[in-house]
Design a protein around this ligand. Structure first.
Ligand code: SF4
Length: 234
């Protein structure tokens, strides 16, 4: 069974154009210093979880009221393949659209899930930085070429999608941001999310500066040279 660390019972912003709830799965392979869900990434002793039974009982009560369920994290693709696929199937069977949030690192599991016809209706992938900054940003040592493979997979999948980046001056100077945009070149939707320096996984990020709105607008203008649609979420 997947471990459920939180549930937002209604959201109008997580699934474009739909009334949704968001379920947060525990665990992540990245350790982004700016992460706003530290409790999902760094599990703490005595942490309480929501049982799948209670979650599906909640869905039962929301039939006809919600259109969709966003499966977020943490990183959902850190879960066991069968357990995660079963969880998504059960949401679909209950009559809801499924949106999957992912950091795109687990390419092989993403490929398997997207290949299951009708299982996922919308994918939102975080593209964190230009590839050369991924190690520093995520605090893991690895080869990040899977990120590019996942971007291509999503763009070719025929499933509705968006890419999104949490931007902060530390990682997204003009050149770095443009290099990131080259990775998602041709994408139909890209979202710029402004970093908030409150409640971060690494407390040192509380001292990081944030972009001001006019700077975000310039980034959006640059993004529109590479992608068809770009939204600022701040
Ligand atoms: S920001 Fe996302 S990918 Fe990074 S540590 Fe947090 S949950 Fe994981």
């Amino acid at each position: 069974m997947v471990k459920i660390g939180g549930l937002q019972k209604m959201t109008l912003i997580d699934y474009p154009g739909k009334v949704a709830a968001t379920v947060f799965l525990v665990g992540c392979n990245f350790k982004c210093g700016y992460c706003h869900n530290p409790d999902l990434v760094r599990q703490t002793p005595g942490q309480e979880f929501i049982s799948e039974k209670d979650f599906f009982a909640f869905l039962e009560k929301r039939k006809g009221l919600l259109d969709a369920i966003c499966v977020s994290g943490g990183e959902p693709l850190c879960n066991d393949e069968k357990e995660l696929a079963d969880f998504l199937h059960k949401i679909k069977k209950a009559g809801f659209l499924v949106k999957l949030d992912t950091n795109g690192f687990n390419f092989s599991l993403l490929e398997k899930l997207l290949a299951k016809k009708g299982l996922i209706d919308y994918v939102a992938m975080d593209v964190k930085a230009s590839l050369d900054r991924y190690g520093e940003l995520t605090n893991i040592k690895n080869d990040f070429r899977n990120i590019e493979k996942s971007i291509k997979l999503i763009m070719d999948s025929g499933i509705d999608y968006e890419f999104r980046t949490t931007v902060l001056p530390k990682f997204h100077d003009f050149t770095g941001f443009e290099n990131l945009l080259k990775m998602v070149s041709g994408a139909k939707k890209f979202c710029i999310q402004n970093f908030s320096n409150r409640r971060t996984l690494d407390p040192r990020y509380n001292l990081e500066t944030v972009f001001r709105y006019p700077e975000l607008e310039k980034m959006r203008d640059l993004a529109l040279k590479y992608v068809k649609q770009c939204e600022i979420r701040s």
